[in-house]
Design a protein. Structure first.
Length: 328
């Protein structure tokens, strides 16, 4: 049996790290916005997600050695990749830039799907380094470091993907300055039916389509729906959740980018959805249901329609993931 080498931190009272220690972590995809909660609501799902393998080594610095499943789209440069850049911020924060870290990123979900691809990668990396360093920060304390990854990915450090990916379940971002994230209850029996039409809708482009100014009457409608959705979660009232899943600010514009969006909505509602909308910036769409059977019927009907109009798609049926990232 090999003997592990240890590297102590002479600058602080932090514990020594065991060189050669390796960890493999899965982090989940997420549905951001949840229709009416632009940039403030999100929830995690069990599948898909991303995996990160991380090990501690002698040579200081953070190095991204390998990326699989990305078709060469993601940078290996440690300052430009969301995973390694976030890990660097974490190590700087805890005063352990002397630590050597090697990372492998294995993409197990589609990039640009509206399911928090960059978020899942970043969260897997942060969870891994936090575990290797002795769990120095709580899940909630990791959120600002994950937001740095989102800033690299799409130019804006929002938390509606990364917070649920790290904390699990439904999350409300009550405030960004200062950051205040709140875990919300998950109604019993809730399932998500997700379909990803394989068309290109870059997050940056989708954000640029959003109106800078809104009418007061539309804002009032949106506030009521956000409050209704949150109330429905607390009351375990899926019908109230469904009635509240209406967006008068963002969806009318973004839905233009999604093929046959209104047809997909109709198919969802006809097959038992309590509510339907765009996941993140799209093109993925999602429906919430009261049971797994309805979720499967929805994804089957939507995929069949997309196939008829010559669009390939991927589908996922999942309960809300209340665990967040996990060690494999």
């Amino acid at each position: 049996m090999d003997t592990l080498q240890y590297k102590s931190d002479k600058k602080s009272n932090l514990p020594a790290v065991a060189l050669g220690t390796e960890i493999k972590v899965f982090a989940p995809a997420t549905v951001a916005n949840v229709v009416c909660g632009f940039d403030v609501l999100g929830f995690a799902v069990n599948a898909p997600g991303d995996e990160v393998v991380m090990r501690l080594v002698e040579e200081p610095g953070v190095r991204l050695l390998k990326i699989t499943g990305d078709d060469g789209k993601l940078p290996l440069n440690s300052d430009k990749n969301t995973v390694s850049a976030s890990v660097k911020h974490y190590l700087a924060h805890i005063g352990r830039e002397d630590v050597g870290v090697e990372i492998e990123l294995h993409k197990k979900m589609p990039i640009g799907s509206g399911l928090g691809s960059s978020s899942a990668s970043t969260v897997a990396g942060l969870y891994a380094i936090n575990q290797l360093m002795g769990n120095l920060l709580t899940a909630k304390e990791l959120v600002p470091f994950a937001m740095k990854g989102e800033e690299i990915a799409c130019g804006y450090g929002h938390a509606d993907n990364v917070a649920p990916a790290i904390m699990g379940g439904f999350v409300l971002v009550r405030s960004y300055e200062p950051l205040d994230v709140i875990s919300l209850p998950v109604p019993q029996g809730m399932y998500a039916a997700i379909v990803y039409p394989e068309v290109d809708v870059p997050t940056k482009d989708a954000r640029q389509m959003i109106r800078a100014k809104v009418q007061l009457k539309d804002a009032v409608t949106q506030w009521g729906n956000v409050a209704g959705l949150v109330s429905g979660l607390f009351l375990n009232d899926l019908d109230l959740v469904g009635r509240s899943m209406k967006d008068v600010l963002v969806e009318p514009t973004r839905s233009i980018l999604i093929p046959d969006f209104e047809v997909l909505r109709k198919l969802a509602m006809e097959n038992g959805a309590v509510g339907f909308g765009i996941s993140g910036s799209g093109p993925s769409v999602f429906a919430l249901t009261k049971d797994e059977e309805s979720a499967k019927l929805i994804t089957k009907a939507q995929q069949m329609h997309l196939h008829q109009i010559n669009i390939q798609s991927q589908a996922y049926v999942s309960e809300v993931n209340t665990e967040g990232p996990k060690t494999l």
